[in-house]
Design a protein around this ligand. Sequence first.
Ligand code: ADP
Ligand code: VHF
Length: 385
Amino acid sequence: MHRLFLLRWLKIAVSQTIVVKIGTSSLTQGSTGTLALATLGNLVETLSSLRQQGQRLVLVSSGAVGVGCQRLGLTERPQNLATRQAVAAVGQGRLMRLYDDLFSVLGQPIAQVLLTREDLSERHRYMNILNTLTELLHLGIIPIVNENDTVAVEELRFGDNDTLSALLASLLGANWLILLTDVDRLYASDPRHDPQAQPIPLVNRVADLESLGVRVGTAGSGWGTGGMVTKITAARMATAAGVRTVITEGQQPQHLHKILAGELIGTHFLPHPQPVRARKRWLTHGLVPVGRLVVDAGAVRAIQTQGKSLLAAGIVAVEGEFPAQSAVQVVSGAGEEIARGLVNYNSDELRQIQGCRSEAIAERLGYGGPETVIHRDNLGVMEIT
Ligand SMILES: Nc1ncnc2c1ncn2[C@@H]1O[C@H](COP(=O)(O)OP(=O)(O)O)[C@@H](O)[C@H]1O
Ligand SMILES: N[C@@H](CCC(=O)OP(=O)(O)O)C(=O)O
């Protein structure tokens, strides 16, 4: 009895939260677009065995569009949104059926979770998703997540599952984000076009990639979307949240055992030593902005280096039409996004009070209002990682 308790306690103590994302390019055979069954089987075995060891796993799986195309005999990814949405509706069901069959052989329960950008942009929905995922993990289930392509409208799409997986890893406070793709790691330039490109095994800070001259392509291979660019964005978001991120080969999912044991397989991005707090992460990456506030150099300094609120005095221009409490981008005069947050005034009011000292706001508007345009608690500063 005592030993059983100890074993259970040890399991919890070593349990890590791991978000694994697999791209279409790994799930399908490059030339024909048919499913890569060996890879899928291998992935299912690896995840089931990690789950048996007590790890908490979330699988973000692309493939709805690719599998749907294969089912319908389409030879390339449709460009038209409505067709893509229809094709995804066909493919998602088939993909989940396959996962359920394979995981069931090993007795591992799974769940389907389909998300749109909107689900993470409203605080209560975001918290609701966190609760659902936490409960699924607590029950020993592996949630299989994808973007809800069939209902997601253009302006409220993640667009790629690299970003979605990074947001989830951040939401869950995961230990690892593993991006499985069709290259074995990041290279100094696209190895498809430059066979001599140097491999990059370890990245301390994502910001270093630029100074190292690393060039990443946006073109996905065959069925993939986003290429390496979206994986680097995902690594930036996840490492800022304290999540160690790895880009590695999808054809060898069994490498996950060695990676989690500390082997430098693929490219590892180290987590930021001082991760951004959960609410700030939601503000910077969860919100979908509907307008922009251009601010002067003083406001940039106050926000970026002193963690202050945004005051009307620092605003030089207001772009877009939006009500109070909307999400907006805060950008420098040079157009660089420095923060994202929730405004206390609507766009008309902001145009009247821009450049004005806080004490003069009531006089300008004819009624009193909050001292700050965006309070620091509602302002997420973009991380420099
Ligand atoms: N610097 C780089 N290092 C490695 N791969 C790169 C780089 N730049 C572009 N790529 C390309 O990114 C592709 C992976 O992206 P993608 O096809 O979208 O994958 P997935 O379907 O797994 O999301 C690789 O096949 C590779 O050609
Ligand atoms: N949600 C889409 C996948 C979008 C995506 O990011 O694709 P990929 O670049 O293959 O990971 C689908 O299931 O087809």
